[in-house]
Design a protein around this ligand. Structure first.
Ligand code: F0G
Length: 454
């Protein structure tokens, strides 16, 4: 491990250790908080090691036309920002990153904010943003000689880990909450050859079990308490800044589950500013589901100073997390950038997801909290019509097809949940209809359906 270039700093007490001293659960021995990767050479006193902003921008642009495997990865294209490996030649990549940034014209029109974009991390190789973190942390696992890797997951982390482990020739163990993850994700872990255990508990319970296991067995932990995951997950911030020619948008909205993604993006923007790549920070806002909202409660009660775990429940299963590990880092990103933390209802999530679908893009339910949250920020006047907004869509629509079908069938929400948004739901629903196999019957059905459209 290239300890000359990076070290780990405890986010709570500031204790610094070498990369290989982190232990199996990535918690500080002094205070129990999480670590983050730090690059001492980047400090103002770093001298020769401090990267030059202009040279980096040029280099990263050049790499976009390169056919080298590492350059084709949207993570490793920015490798000067994540010098965590002894040799970049040992990086395990599936050409992740380089995801599209789509304009959302329908949302822009409806909300009166012209510049609304979706950074679609669901367009990664395994269909979620987890790939960007997994290429980084799994490459570290491989370099350190581990044979087994493991994670607890609501589904996407396990899919990503299983795929990258398979590419690296490592064995992987997945712990998931029984019956509470989307089938698409479970199928992926199986397809990529992971040992998959469904535990009769929730995500938080799975993580507790795994933390004990990795202290007994030589298994490398790939949950987002592992700080190397966040190094990969900060690279969409670089892609966004590059897209806007290094003048950042006013707002970034991110779904909040275990709260690593918001933390990672905050770190990415912070480091870019420190290195002179950008001149200001975007406001980072974190959006949670109403019944899985420990960070929102913490902000309401004590401005993000302390957090009480909650018993989480939401149909957006990816963010069904009551005791998020990275809450302090996420709270810091919100405070530092002047963003907000808010929650949205099950019906608001379902409507927003269908609206993203109608943009021709689609996303999994957890991603749609961002559009639902944006509506609230616009209504409050916290997002101005002239602002540029980027929503982080974290997962592909095919991850949870059952949710989508239930919405269109009208079986997703309880009547009392749907009630406040009935007109919106009625306008968006497109249930499949059974029709005789004749042109006449299809044309008749078309007429009938069109006559119901508003
Ligand atoms: N969106 C999706 C699609 C996710 O899968 C997750 C987290 C999040 C948002 C929240 O991101 O945890 O960094 O705040 N999924 C994890 C998993 C927990 O196991 O796949 P976060």
């Amino acid at each position: 491990m290239n300890d000359n270039l990076h070290q780990l700093r405890c986010f709570g007490c500031g204790t610094r250790i070498r990369g290989h001293q982190a232990g199996s659960i990535f918690r500080c021995k002094e205070c129990g908080d999480l670590f983050e990767v730090e690059y001492p050479g980047w400090s103002a006193a770093g001298g020769m090691d401090r990267p030059n902003a202009g040279a980096l921008k040029w280099l990263w642009r050049e790499r976009r036309s390169s056919s080298e495997l590492l350059d084709r990865s949207g993570v490793w294209r920015f490798r000067e920002m994540l010098p965590i490996l002894d040799s970049f030649g040992s990086a395990i990549t599936l050409q992740e990153g380089n995801t599209p940034l789509y304009h959302l014209p329908r949302a822009a029109k409806a909300l009166g904010v012209d510049q609304i974009y979706a950074k679609h991390q669901g367009m990664n190789p395994t269909g979620s943003f987890k790939d960007t973190g997994m290429t980084a942390a799994l490459s570290v696992a491989k370099e350190r000689g581990f044979e087994w890797v493991a994670c607890a997951s609501t589904g996407n982390t396990s899919a990503a880990m299983a795929a990258y482990a398979a590419r690296a020739g490592l064995k992987s163990l997945v712990l998931i909450p029984q019956g509470k993850i989307a089938w698409g994700k479970l199928a992926q872990a199986m397809d990529y050859g992971a040992v998959t255990c469904q535990l009769n508990t929730d995500f938080d319970g799975c993580l507790r079990v795994l933390l004990s296991i990795v202290q007994e067995a030589p298994i490398y932990l790939l949950n987002s308490v592992n700080p190397y995951r966040l190094e990969g997950q900060k690279t969409p911030a670089l892609e966004i800044a590059e897209y806007f020619d290094w003048s950042v948008p006013e707002h970034i909205l991110v779904p909040g589950g275990n709260l690593a993604n918001s933390s990672a993006l905050g770190k990415g923007f912070r480091e870019m500013k420190a290195l002179g790549l950008i001149s200001r920070l975007p406001k980072i806002s974190v959006i949670q589901a109403e019944e899985a909202n420990p960070l929102v409660r913490s902000f309401r009660e004590n401005d993000g100073e302390a957090m009480e775990p909650v018993k989480a429940t939401t149909r957006a299963t990816a963010i069904r997390i009551g005791n998020p590990a990275s809450w302090r880092k996420a709270a810091h990103a919100i405070h530092e950038t002047g963003g907000w933390c808010l929650d949205v209802s099950e019906a608001e999530i379902a409507v927003a997801k269908a609206e993203i679908g109608r943009e021709g893009i689609g996303s999994e339910p957890a991603s749609a909290v961002t559009l639902a949250g944006l509506k609230k920020l616009v209504a409050d006047g916290r997002v101005a019509p002239s602002d540029t907004v980027v929503l982080l869509l974290t997962g592909h629509t095919l991850k949870d097809a059952e949710y989508t079908i239930d919405f269109h069938k009208g079986t997703l929400l309880r009547p009392e949940e749907a009630e406040p948004l009935l007109p919106e739901i009625a306008a968006l629903r497109r249930n499949a209809v059974e029709v005789d196999a004749t042109p006449g019957a299809v044309l008749k059905a078309l007429d009938e359906i069109q006559s119901r459209w508003v």
